[in-house]
Design a protein around this ligand. Structure first.
Ligand code: 13P
Ligand code: SF4
Length: 301
């Protein structure tokens, strides 16, 4: 019998990869799609934590990551044994973890969040009188502390891509751009960049902001995130002057090396059943990691 293959792609993959996919989206959308997918094989053109999340939510499916090297610096900068020791220092806190984390990390968390629902979930916990610790992204956690006056202790890992955006390069680019200018940014960016932004949100959130933009069509809109999504923004609004935020003068060149490992050849091989099969998580690990993920999905319904 022919196997049903479903291919998912994150916005940061190259346009040709997105064109090969059944569904393109942000982390939350792709997790939900993976959970409901009627598939024998799910090819996840993204990074490893995303493929692991898909497997945890749809354990019957064979989940394949096209290139085993597609990791994420938020994962590699977090030693889960050390994280577990850190968590023990806050026994009366709720541990909220960003979805950009390994399955092992998720299994020692109380809630998982994505960049789409992190504000609402943490606001909900504080409204219930809870104390919160946040891992692994210190930029995202620092932004939430600054924005809402929280005092969350933070784990200290960063996205090596977004952490390169900086105020000085932005100031120069703003000064050089004529007329109106805007900045939209992903919350993995450093705080001085986020403080300058007209909008901060997930990849889908930024895309929706661009789609809904009603201002001067001649304005320059700087986008502080990985370059892949500029493709989607350009398709949606070819009338706008959209530019990736620079990381130094003249450079619109900030891309995620792990997302870009999803080449056409690697995705085709994965669709034929080859690649990193996510079969190394034990049933106990998956059960433990599923609890905080399902808590988030239930909240976000
Ligand atoms: P989104 O959930 O906003 O798509 O972000 C995923 C990611 O890895 C950003 O670097
Ligand atoms: Fe990880 Fe950053 Fe790449 Fe997103 S862009 S997958 S956070 S390294």
């Amino acid at each position: 019998m022919t196997k049903r293959v479903v291919t998912l792609a994150h916005y940061y993959t190259q346009p040709e990869i997105q064109q090969m996919a059944d569904k393109v989206g942000d982390s939350l959308e792709l997790s939900l799609y993976a959970k409901e997918a009627q598939a024998d094989i799910i090819v996840f053109a993204g990074v490893r934590f995303m493929a692991e999340t898909a497997k945890i939510l749809n354990p019957e499916a064979t989940v394949i990551l096209p290139d085993a090297g597609s990791t994420c610096s938020l994962v590699t900068q977090t030693d889960v044994a050390e994280l577990t020791q850190w968590r023990k220092r806050y026994p009366d806190h709720v541990h909220v973890s960003y979805i950009n984390s390994s399955a092992e990390h998720k299994a020692v968390s109380d809630w998982i969040v994505t960049s789409r629902n992190v504000d609402d979930i943490i606001a909900h916990l504080y409204a219930e009188g809870k104390k919160v610790i946040f891992s692994p992204d210190r930029n995202m956690g620092g932004y939430l502390n600054d924005q809402y006056g929280y005092d969350m202790p933070l784990w200290s890992a960063v996205c090596e891509v977004h952490d390169k955006f900086n105020e000085a390069a932005l100031d120069e680019a703003f000064a050089a751009a004529p007329g109106d200018k805007y900045l939209i940014a992903h919350p993995e960016s450093p705080l001085p960049v986020l403080k300058k932004a007209d909008y901060v949100g997930s990849t889908s959130g930024m895309l929706n902001w661009v789609k809904a933009y009603q201002g001067d069509p001649k304005a320059v809109i700087f986008v502080a995130t990985e370059d892949g999504i500029l493709y989607n923004m350009g398709l949606a609004r070819p009338d706008l002057d959209l530019r990736q935020a620079p990381i130094y003068a003249g450079c619109q060149c900030n891309s995620c090396p792990y997302m870009k490992m999803n080449t056409i050849a690697a995705v085709k091989r994965a669709q034929a059943g080859e690649g990193l099969v996510i079969d190394y998580l034990s049933a106990e690990q998956m059960d433990a990691a599923r609890v905080p993920i399902e808590r988030m999905l239930e909240f976000s319904k």
